[in-house]
Design a protein around this ligand. Structure first.
Ligand code: CAO
Length: 431
């Protein structure tokens, strides 16, 4: 015989004054036992409250936005007498069936007490939702925030409902999945092998510095997203070196040391003025080249904590001595960790000089959003063929990495040839 039953909020653990974020039924609806009635949301979990009975909804006692606790009246139901499986095993308590919870796994301390209805766990075999996901609005919103299409997530909750944990596992799987064999047009890389190095000998684990972590993430992005090509060349700096040595004698009293880098800064700006597409960046749409009318050059500085790239401003407006002075100051600041972030912003082009250390050439990584970077290696004396004979000349190796989306190979070759000409004859700096 039909009777009117009160359906109450069941035991929801320690939660009190929990918000109703969705009401799934209305007066007149015929519902089955275990059909969801409302969704509750705390700051830690979302839970659907199923009906303990089948019947017809006679009166709604709450609406979205109301706050409820255990025992709050949800609705009045004209019951047909059919109790849910969970309820049937209990005395006919006038409460809703146990809530089906999508709790945040990281908060076990505040998770509701164990309930009779199966609760989603990661060990439950996921049930396919067949593209039509059953999930509470909170879970749908959570999935949306992570860019997950809820229909792709297999639900492990009751009747295949998608839980928060299902969404988290889905994202985790997508991020860690080895994609080598997956095909398609995206970036396809194998996952790094996880190796127990200690199996092969003694090891020591040292955390990366903050600078290395930040620089590393940027370098990685630039390396994988920019099609790099490196153009190699050599500049005859024999005369430049003679001049530099003269200057160094002159400025020794003022404690100013002029290294080849000061000349490189000036010569690079001359080349940038002649090849404006190197003094540019792609805009965020990737469809326009932003040509810069100023000449701020970044210089890679090796510090004990990692690589930093301070930017020298308006290099076109400064002389060699001034630049040498500024170079000394910024590299000291970088090494003493006194370089403000603003001193590393606004660069148009970068120079990475390993000339003081050695090496014959290398392939520098572009400092995005710049479109090119000049690598400089150690100058060495080489026999060069001139006027039918070999002469000893000091040759400076140049390695220009450029963004091939913006710069053609021919332009890069012209750029380094021009740069080499300027360095070979520093009178050209004045042109
Ligand atoms: N060929 C031959 N000698 C060179 C040279 C070159 N290309 N460049 C510099 N030298 C000489 C200098 O003249 C100086 O010689 P003296 O002591 O006899 O005068 C000596 O090498 C040391 O120079 P330096 O390295 O102190 O000064 P710098 O102006 O050339 O460079 C700086 C300054 C800050 C760029 C440098 O110290 C540095 O940190 N370089 C490393 C940059 C780096 O790590 N790049 C890799 C980044 S990954 O792309």
């Amino acid at each position: 015989m039909a009777e009117i039953k009160q359906v109450l909020v069941p035991d929801i653990g320690d939660y009190k004054d929990v918000s109703i974020i969705e009401v799934m039924v209305k007066v007149g609806d015929t519902i089955q036992a275990e059909d969801n009635l409302v969704t509750l949301e705390t700051d830690k979990a979302a839970m659907d409250v199923p009906s303990p009975y089948a019947g017809v909804v006679k009166e709604m006692k709450l609406r979205v936005g109301d706050k409820v606790s255990q025992g709050s009246l949800i609705l009045l139901l004209e019951s047909s007498g059919e109790a849910s499986v969970a309820q049937a095993s209990k005395l006919a308590a006038p409460a809703a069936a146990a809530p089906v919870m999508a709790a945040t796994p990281a908060s076990p301390a505040v998770a509701p007490k164990p309930v009779e209805m199966p609760v989603a766990t990661s060990t439950v075999q996921p049930v396919s939702t067949g593209g039509k996901a059953h999930a509470s609005p909170a879970i749908r919103r959570f999935a949306r925030e992570l860019g997950v299409q809820i229909g792709q997530v297999k639900g492990s909750g009751v009747k295949g409902r998608v839980t928060k944990e299902d969404v988290q596992l889905f994202v985790k799987a997508a991020l860690t999945q080895p994609r080598g064999a997956a095909g398609g047009n995206g970036l396809q890389v194998l996952a790094m092998p996880v190796v127990d190095f200690a199996k092969f000998g003694a090891i020591e684990s040292r955390p990366l510095s903050r600078i290395k972590k930040i620089a590393g993430a940027n370098l990685h992005r630039n390396w994988v997203t920019i099609p790099h090509v490196t153009q190699f060349d050599e500049a005859d700096i024999t005369d430049m070196e003679a001049f530099r040595k003269e200057l160094n004698v002159e400025y020794a009293k003022q404690n100013i040391k002029i290294t080849p880098l000061a000349f490189l800064l000036k010569a690079t700006v001359t080349a940038l003025q002649n090849f404006p597409e190197f003094n540019a960046s792609l805009d965020s749409s990737g469809e326009n080249l932003v040509l810069k009318k100023y000449f701020h050059i970044g210089v890679a500085v090796d510090t004990p904590d990692g690589l930093m790239v301070p930017v020298l401003r308006d290099v076109d407006k400064k002389g060699l001595v001034q630049l040498a002075k500024e170079l000394g100051e910024v590299s000291a600041k970088a090494r003493d960790k006194k370089l403000p972030a603003t001193d590393m912003q606004g660069g148009c082009f970068s120079i990475s000089s390993l000339g003081g250390i050695g090496g014959t050439s290398f392939t520098p990584i572009i400092n995005a959003p710049e479109v090119a970077i000049l690598g400089v290696s150690r100058a060495i004396i080489k026999p060069m063929h001139q006027d039918e004979t070999f002469v000893a000349r000091l040759m400076l190796p140049l390695s220009l990495s450029y963004d091939h989306r913006v710069i053609d190979g021919a332009a890069a070759a012209r750029f380094t040839v021009y740069l080499a000409q300027v360095l070979a004859d520093t009178r050209r700096l004045a042109l």
